[in-house]
Design a protein around this ligand. Structure first.
Ligand code: DX5
Ligand code: ZN
Length: 223
């Protein structure tokens, strides 16, 4: 994976048809998504349960772009190797989900993956100040993690701006997750984001043509 600051659209397959994940991934990639965002939830760090490393491994061969795996699990450390072996390109952990963020981020890179750190809405940007050089990606949650289809929290825009400043000229993606729509996407880009996760806004309508149209609406709104 080479670094670039071009806009990345990363549909969250949390809003896809789970009985047809392979096909759904083909469809969003055919329609021009940049990354495929995979939400892993444990029913403990967040109040919902989704999928584990076996499902991530099963969808790996269907992903031709980039598998962007967002771990909303606590603890994450015991599972990093399994998610790396499952073929994740990026593994993102939560700053709030473990006491040794520096070590966890290093482990992700040691496993051969890009290392991401995510901040829930109440976590200040300074939480990553001393680990920023261990990060390839910073994910700002613009909803409280756990569910798709929630409303974008405008309170996070100053945080996105602050993180863009902190990143400076480092090769670190600044990704936004939660409530991203054609209305909110331009606010994120204006604040300095370069990767946007969108679940319900991409999968609404349910056909490949809808996915294409929905992604195009987000891209055009960001021009
Ligand atoms: C929320 C997940 C998100 C979510 C986004 O905990 O991390 O990726 O699925 O869904 P929308 O775009 O519907 O807010
Ligand atoms: Zn996510």
């Amino acid at each position: 994976m080479t670094f670039s600051r071009d806009l990345k659209i990363a549909p969250s397959i949390l809003s896809a048809d789970f009985a047809r994940l392979g096909e759904e991934i083909h469809d969003i990639e055919d329609q021009g998504c940049d990354w495929v965002h995979v939400d892993v939830m444990d029913g403990h760090f967040v109040p919902n349960l989704t999928i584990g490393p076996n499902v991530v491994a099963a969808i790996r061969s269907h992903v031709k772009t980039v598998m962007d795996v967002h771990l909303m699990i606590e603890p994450a450390d015991p599972y990093l190797e399994a998610f790396a072996k499952a073929g994740s390109d990026i593994i993102t952990i939560h700053a709030e989900a473990g006491p040794h963020l520096d070590r966890s981020l290093s482990s992700i890179r040691d496993l051969g993956c890009k290392a991401g750190v995510s901040l829930t809405p109440s976590t200040p940007p300074e939480a990553i100040e001393y680990v920023i050089d261990r990060c390839d990606l910073i994910l700002v949650m613009t909803v409280n993690p756990g569910f798709g289809g929630q409303s974008f929290l405008h309170s996070q825009l100053p945080k996105i701006r602050k993180l863009r400043e902190m990143i400076g000229d480092r090769d670190i993606w600044l990704e936004i997750d939660g409530g991203v729509t054609p209305q909110t996407a331009p606010l994120c880009i204006e604040a300095g984001a370069d990767a946007l996760v969108a679940g319900s806004a991409v999968f609404k309508g349910g056909t490949p043509a809808d996915y294409g149209k929905n992604m195009k609406a987000i891209r055009e709104a960001c021009r």
